[in-house]
Design a protein around this ligand. Structure first.
Ligand SMILES: [Zn+2]
Ligand SMILES: [Zn+2]
Length: 141
């Protein structure tokens, strides 16, 4: 993905009603440049290089999620991961994710229109929050 313009990142933060800070800009830039969802630890590890402490990194991710900029997803390993909500993806479950059972790598499966938004369970329609597919990614055969 191309490096996003700083102005564009600032606009995203401002539109959500949050104050623009260097830590928030660095967080959004990282998520723009990464093609798969990142955990708290991934983001905090990267931001430490920018002098951002771990508590701030965590708080910013949570603020972004509350503001509707990021989606938080759990892919079966009890780790919350965050990714940008793409244009036109405002409703859950967004897109499915592919988890490689060999290397643990996670890929976004974007552009899949066949995801059900809800399913029938015990005679009631139930919201689908996440879809995960497991398999072999092909890079670690
Ligand atoms: Zn793999
Ligand atoms: Zn994704």
């Amino acid at each position: 993905m191309p490096r996003p313009a700083r102005r564009q990142l600032e606009q995203t933060i401002r539109k959500s009603g949050l104050r623009v800070t260097d830590a928030r800009l660095a967080t959004l830039e990282l998520l723009h440049l990464t093609a798969s969802p990142l955990s708290h630890a991934d983001v905090a590890g990267h931001l430490a290089k920018h002098g951002v402490n771990q508590a701030t990194a965590y708080r910013n991710l949570n603020d972004f999620e509350t503001a509707g900029i990021l989606r938080r997803t759990e892919l079966g390993d009890h780790v919350w991961r965050f990714e940008l909500i793409a244009e036109g993806e405002q409703t859950n479950p967004g897109h499915p994710h592919f988890l490689c059972v060999d290397c643990g790598g996670i890929s976004c499966l974007i552009g899949n229109d066949s995801i059900p938004k809800d399913i029938e369970l015990n005679g009631h329609r139930r919201e689908v929050t996440e879809i995960m597919i497991r398999g072999h990614c092909g890079e670690c055969d």
